[in-house]
Design a protein around this ligand. Structure first.
Ligand code: ADP
Ligand code: MG
Length: 229
């Protein structure tokens, strides 16, 4: 599904140029659950941004479903991004909309019919375990529930891939583990998951593939990996 071939990414220019990623090679198959781990500044978020084509590589190729997205045109960008759901540390929910409206809004802006929205949104909120919070506003629910709402919003377009950048960064360990279990369940339903985290306990409990980054390079790539850095 995703392949990085000799990818390098530098930010800035001239004397201020700094290399964030170097010599990055990996392949992620459909329906895998992969965690990128490493210290702050190791390059985890940059990998996710390259997958989402929010950043372009300085050199190398990024193949997504057989297509090179490293030189993707702005016209093709929306089509690429529609295949990917994004989840972040801060939930980015609209504060004046309810949980239901937050999820429905993502479909409204894509031109879905009211009938389709009324059918889809409750189904997705059921998957994330928020059926009883449809009418709540973000400030009325816990951080874990807000993240569930954000995950529901990421799922509405039925993406083939979810990228989650430190999705548990603002949560206590119990809520955090709940979010990871939800991502594992979504993975079981057929969605590929790419997670970036520096949470050691989470990575060690997930028991899936772990790619470890150190100063912009891959130093380890293990199936059923552990956090060791
Ligand atoms: N927009 C940017 N401009 C300049 N440098 C950046 C930018 N984004 C990230 N970096 C640098 O790239 C390196 C990797 O950052 P990042 O991918 O955010 O790492 P991580 O997510 O593992 O903390 C860091 O040295 C960071 O300072
Ligand atoms: Mg980061």
């Amino acid at each position: 599904m995703i392949e990085f071939i000799n990818v390098r990414k530098s930010y800035g220019a001239g004397n201020l140029m700094a290399t964030a990623l170097e010599d990055i090679n990996f392949k992620i198959e459909k329906e895998e659950f992969v965690s990128f781990v490493g210290h702050s500044g190791a390059g985890k978020s940059t990998i996710l941004k390259l997958i989402y084509a929010e950043e372009k590589p300085t050199s190398g190729e990024i193949i997504f479903n057989g297509e090179d997205i490293s030189k993707i045109s702005s016209r093709q960008l929306p089509y690429h991004r529609r295949r990917i759901g994004t989840v972040f540390q801060d939930y980015k929910l609209l504060p004046k909309k309810t949980v239901y409206e937050n999820v429905a809004f993502a479909l409204e802006v894509s031109g879905y019919l009211t009938r389709e929205i009324r059918q889809s949104v409750p189904q997705i909120l059921d998957i994330v375990g928020l059926s009883n919070k449809l009418g709540s506003y973000p400030h009325e629910i816990s951080g874990g529930e807000q993240q569930r709402a954000a995950i529901a919003r990421a799922l509405v377009h039925r993406p083939a891939l979810i990228i989650a950048d430190e999705p548990t960064g603002n949560l206590d360990p119990i809520s955090a583990w709940g979010i990871i279990q939800l991502l594992l369940k979504i993975n079981k339903l057929g969605t590929t998951i790419v997670l970036a985290t520096h949470d050691k306990d989470i990575v060690n409990n997930v028991k899936r593939r772990v790619i470890t980054l150190d100063q912009g390079r891959i130093i380890r790539d293990h199936s059923k990996g552990r956090y060791a850095i």
